[in-house]
Design a protein around this ligand. Sequence first.
Ligand code: PMP
Length: 424
Amino acid sequence: MSLVTDSPVWRPFTQHALQPGAYKIAHAEGAWLTAEDGTRFLDAISSWWVITHGHRHPEIMAAIRQQTETLDQIIFAGFTHEPAEALARRLVEITPEGLDYVFYSDSGSTAVEVAIKMALGYWRNRGLSRRRVIAMEHAYHGDTVGTMSAGARSVFNAPYEPLLFDVARVPFPGRGAEQATFDALEAFCRDGAAAFIVEPLILGAGGMLTYGAPVLAEMKRICETHGVLFIADEVMTGFGRTGTLFACEQAGIVPDIACYSKGLTGGSVPLAVTMCRREIYDAHYAPERARAFFHSSSFTANPIGCAAALANLGIWEKADARARVAQLAAMQAERASRFVDDPRFSAVRHLGTIVALDLDVAHSGYASTLSLDLMRFFNARGLLLRPLGPTIYVLPPYCVTAGELDGVYEAIGAAANQFASRAV
Ligand code: PMP
């Protein structure tokens, strides 16, 4: 086992790498990671939800190699390059119709920051001071201060409060409780908010909480009625994760602003985009407006990232990528159904290629170390799974096989026997 924690020289300022027992990974391929000492792990969470078709996909690696032959990084202000232009054209074609403008950055958090700035700028440039952002209970939109303001993970936000701006929070639309969400959203919209930001169909870091496409459609309708901008944070859901290329497709909605990252390059290298409708662009750049959208990101439109993303979109053009997602979704649905009436789990959720299972851990005193204990339990069985408290989720790369997936659920069953209140 390769530990990095005792290094006298290298002290990473990240809690995750410092966690005792961190493995030093030397190689990744498909759904598998290999540590320096040869230990192998099935990457059942796609390395924090970024890897889509598999690690080191040959077509994406080839595109990256080819791009490094000609152009690595240039300023993207007053200068442009073909990978950025070609990628923007393709993104406009494949995202919901009307998202015609593309802003490049390099992480999901930045894509969301940019979206919020676009929304605030939209109102300011129209001479209206709308500052309030509406977000959802349990939301997660990133770890920068602005995105934390919109997010609701209180344990992570608490040390930094008060955060940057005033956010009004609607309740999560749990089954049967949707009306409370609609009513709250309607009330906040009526008061005049700048935007509503939401993770479509599934709230990720907040606990892999799912809600239906009709709910998403209704929330969009309410925003539209009151002229509040609708921001879809598809950083996690984009590029096939929910069964369709984008989650918004399932509700038949076109957001005013949408954020994509993680799977945009197939997870190979960092890149993000914020896309918006013409009105948002015109509010900043139409001839009578001041030319002012201030966000100068050093690595904006990095050519290697753009080339990787173009190769990724090339993979999506082939029928077998979508077929593979449909197949994985069916495999996941079948396995999730095995646990539905299992007393060791208090809830089981399935959406597209994602399954989340809430361990029933009613007895007190467990929750604090539970995620870590579970993670270690799975690591010892050759699996990368990183539960969110009692929620174990399976979010694998699309190349995972049925046999590999069975191994994951066998380990989850074993974990349930050890950690759930009631073993079977
Ligand atoms: N939005 C959502 C919905 C996310 O899941 C994440 C990351 N987990 C982010 C934003 C932030 O992305 P990044 O970590 O790349 O900054």
